[in-house]
Write a protein that binds this ligand. Structure first.
Ligand SMILES: Cc1ncc(COP(=O)(O)O)c(C=O)c1O
Length: 469
């Protein structure tokens, strides 16, 4: 037998080691420091280790995992891990990833992965239907929201450049393309703009109102000024949940504006679009159905383990226009039932990430998600109320989503930054930094399936003690 394969006994041993490790890890995660006190000598030794010529037994690998890797890991499933838009994964995701790796489908060309192709199409259709996107919509499961935004903005750019987009690129000699987003938009938009060669100076960051939503009046003035200056406005990026405060731009109004102005509307819904699964957010999010493209992240509000993002485009031809390629060695026969996902994005080889998305929804059901999404927002509202009621704390932004931006009100910005640093260093809780309208503070984002009200109180007590010290 090839040395890279396992016998039945080795398989059984591997499964047992895996099961024991997973159970023990998840049972004890809440007792560990959220953020490790890093054992640098151990990690330096790991980095310096030469490539082994001979293999080690499986048992030794798991021992090293427990001895070096786990104690030096950030425990994102810990109930007081709340810094970013980063959930603790649902219980099924790791199993789905395991199965996906066992059958190892290459989700690039349909004939290399027919059933996986159907699964990916099914989840894409569920998402498209959730927002009422037209029947012409299509998409692809991506590594995350950043990649989804890049794919969408590539399609938008190539749509604006027209027929010869792939040939002339930006060298076609016409006036610069300009796009618009809010000053609260995620940095992946800036990154995509720079990777696409559009130049970040052609990305206008429109100011926001008191609720941190893009100001349409300023958007309209800026587009008009750019047109008057001979530039070519082509796209607006709205946010369905801005990364810092969870603000939702006025999506329906943006859609109407973009339609009137013939601008591509992309909605970055990596953070918030999937809250449409809850009745609380459905109405607000339904305007996503009016967009030309939307990003959404199953590794956020579907609580899938990393990685699983998604992009949908209302007209599938726009994706093909941007990404279609058919070198002779990949020649396939197109089939009306299937999609060559290699033509919907930049990747060729692609893992079967759609499996965990499909299974998560099939196993838990959309109603369980609706309840969980509501619970995350209830926790944020609880924290907001506790902060409003406490001496020495102040909210930096209204709590309208599942995150809370706040500060120690009697301390300056630097003291707030120090308080965050000490809290994280203590290993008791992990919050993130917040900068809202120029004021620094802390941020708790509720996406953790184990967090309770008692954790919120614990965190505020710890911070209060620091503020009083
Ligand atoms: C609004 C928004 N867009 C994009 C992203 C990037 O998503 P990812 O980390 O999946 O690449 C995030 C991440 O938090 C986000 O909140």
């Amino acid at each position: 037998m090839n040395p890279l394969l396992f016998s039945a006994t080795q398989h059984a041993e591997a499964m047992e080691l895996l099961a024991r490790f997973s159970q023990r890890y998840l049972d004890t995660v809440a007792d560990r420091p959220v953020h490790p006190s890093i054992d640098r000598p151990a990690l330096r030794a790991l980095m310096a280790e030469p490539m082994p010529r001979q293999g080690q037994p499986l048992q030794a690998l798991f021992e090293e995992l427990e001895r070096v890797v786990v104690p030096n890991s950030t425990h994102t499933a810990h109930p007081r891990f709340l810094p970013y838009v980063q959930p603790s994964p649902n219980a099924l995701s790791p199993y789905a990833d395991h199965v996906a790796a066992v059958i190892n489908q290459n989700c690039n060309l349909w004939h290399l992965s027919p059933a996986a192709n159907a699964v990916e199409q099914a989840v894409l259709r569920w998402f498209a239907d959730l927002f009422g996107l037209p029947a012409t919509a299509a998409g692809i499961i991506t590594s995350g929201g950043s990649m989804a935004n890049l794919v969408a903005l590539t399609a938008a750019r190539d749509h604006a450049l027209g027929e010869r987009a792939r040939i002339d690129g930006l060298q076609g000699g016409s006036a610069p393309l300009v796009l618009y987003t809010s000053e609260e938009a995620h940095s992946s938009i800036d990154k995509a703009v720079s990777m696409l060669g559009l130049g970040t100076r052609h990305l206008r960051h429109i100011p926001t109102d008191d609720a941190l939503r893009m100001r349409l009046d300023v958007l309209a003035q800026t587009v008009a000024a750019d047109r008057a200056a001979g530039l070519r406005p082509f796209c607006v990026v709205g946010s369905a949940g801005t990364v810092t405060t969870g603000a939702i731009d006025p999506l329906a109004e943006l859609a109407a504006f973009c339609r009137a102005q013939k601008l591509w509307l992309h909605i970055d819904g990596a953070y918030g679009a999937l809250t449409a699964l809850s009745d609380r957010f459905m109405d607000t999010m339904s305007a996503i159905g009016l967009a030309d493209s939307v990003s959404l992240d199953p590794h956020k509000f579907l609580f899938c383990a990393f990685e699983a993002g998604c992009v949908l485009v209302s007209d599938r031809e726009q994706l093909r226009h941007a990404f279609h390629a058919q070198p002779s060695y990949l020649a396939t026969s197109e089939d009306p039932d299937f999609i060559d996902f290699a033509n919907h994005g930049p990747q060729l080889s692609r893992a079967f990430k759609a499996l965990k998305v499909w299974w998560s929804l099939k196993h838990f059901g959309a109603d369980a998600y609706a309840r969980t999404i509501d619970r995350m927002h209830d926790l944020a509202a609880y924290m907001g109320r506790r902060i409003a009621a406490r001496r020495g704390f102040e909210l930096l932004a209204p709590v309208t989503f599942n995150c809370v931006c706040f500060r120690l009100s009697e301390r300056d910005d630097d003291a707030n930054r120090r308080a965050l640093k000490s809290l994280v260093a203590s290993g008791d809780a992990f919050l993130g930094p917040a900068l809202v309208k120029g004021r620094a503070g802390l941020r708790a984002c509720f996406m953790n399936l184990r967090t309770t009200e008692a954790d919120v109180d614990f965190i505020l007590d710890r911070l209060q003690a620091m503020g009083d010290a």
